[in-house]
Design a protein around this ligand. Sequence first.
Ligand code: SF4
Length: 250
Amino acid sequence: MSKPTPRRNARHQQKRGQKRQQRWPDQALKDPRQPPPAPKPKPVSREELIGRIAVQTDKYKRRLPLVAKAAHADFDELLRVPPEVTCRKGCSACCRQHVVVSLAEASNLVQAYPDLIAAARPVLERQAKIVPTFHTAEADAIAQNWWKSGETCAFLQNDECSIYAHRPFVCRKYFVLSDPALCASEVATDVVVALPNGANELMAQMWAHEQRATNQVILGSLPKLLLQVTDALSQLEALRIQHLETGAST
Ligand code: SF4
């Protein structure tokens, strides 16, 4: 019997492989020549999962922006601003800090400023990579990391907030009592910041209200949460159109 050439040998191996696959289809996975099975998809993070669920629910889609608007109005009314505050139009050092928003606030912004958010998308995508997941326990480290990145809020235009009417809680509660020029310093040790009338407690109360209204409160980094809400709503709209088209053709 002639010695098999490498080519004949390969054909022979291939045929054997095919035969084995016909007899024991599940054996193909165990064959060392087969590529390993694809790894299971990674579990979706809590933030992504809850974000998807929340915004894909029609009930919350309508309710969340209303919750944010009402909470912001209450917050502004309850928050008494000290007269010695030195923040002025055109001060923007605060807008170089990391901004945390709730899901209701993000939904409200998506509804109020779809064109602005679409225009800012490249910046938001770049910034979302700085804070891919947000956990309150790591808020300080995240804030420092953001500051070091030198990023400015995507909605700061000509040193003014372009979403001022619907700006998040964290932007509403921040007041400076010292010379505004000091805020621009990276170290900013001499800056005196006032959180008047228990602003943090008020904010926590507002988030608790959001929790009661929607059964959950989700906090996230402004760029990432805005993108998640926008994308989830687009998906939902695409599904709705598909559903209508399928219904129309049957
Ligand atoms: S939302 Fe407005 S106020 Fe808040 S950081 Fe951005 S530009 Fe500044």
